[in-house]
Design a protein around this ligand. Sequence first.
Ligand SMILES: [Ca+2]
Length: 348
Amino acid sequence: MAERLCRGLLIPPLLACLFITGCEQADTAGPPARARAGPLEKITTKTGIRMALIPAGDFLMGDDRGEDDERPAHKVHVAAFCMDEHEVTQRDYQALLRKNRSRFAGPDHPVDCVSWRDAADYCNMRSFKEGLEPCYDRSYRCNFAASGYRLPTEAEWEYACRAGAADRYAFGNDAARLGEYAWFSGNAAKTTHPVKQKRPNLWGLYDMHGNVWEWCHDRYDEAYYQKSPADSPRGPETGDTCALRGGCWKYSAERCRSAARHSETPAFAGVCFGAETYGFRCVRRAPQPTFTSQPLSDTGSPGEWRPADGPDTEKTIRAGRYAPVPPRPHGSGPLPAGVGVARQSGAG
Ligand SMILES: [Ca+2]
């Protein structure tokens, strides 16, 4: 296992110390994640989603043995981030956006039939619900410096999928083992399946291979790897389609490889042409170290956001109308309903 971690992956030289405070608690303790061959530390967010704390590091992105758009394999640096341990489920999606067009109904199944914009809307709503600064504006431009949720870049997604492996899959090169880790055309019986039914990768992430394709932040460019920056690439500035990764219940083992790339128009959500294969999971900035010893209070903080001119509605979220919660004197009473109240001192 340790041998695999060393093969083809440049182990991160330094993992920033992570101090989790407020309502988010690390549920494991011990040495830094980079020293482990097992799952990473995880947090539980205010909306109840478990996320893995992915350490910063370098890896070889792409596959010189793969398709044209996977070449050349190239060294990429990825900053630390948090990633959902599983695909966004229909339960979680419906709870925030109050809709669910999934073809394969089931609260624990991944949401499917979602467009890139649906996924971005969910990210913003989840940010809002947790008092974090939304990443996407009304034009769906992404503020990577914001504290809220967004879609992973292709680099982040592949780095997390590989979990240290330079092989075709997170578990090695033997496609015959894919059924242990993934729902794909060889075992899925033409449907999605509840998340977390298969084995996770070494970093504790489920269904990175298979179940549903996962929207990434990046616009798709099949030649991007020939010109990609080496530090935290975010895809081309423009493009007609967005990237999806990981394969799905309908596709072959070959398309579920760690380096395999797929693309679709951002607004695409029709059922008839394959969107029942599209889902997603969220990422956000890694928690930042905090040195405050101030007690939690209802005092507004820069990390708290709310709709600027309306109630907590999907329309407001879609329109991107947000404003920071103004600072409030300590002890001045409860915040209005719907406004985050817990300090985000551990959320960066
Ligand atoms: Ca997946």
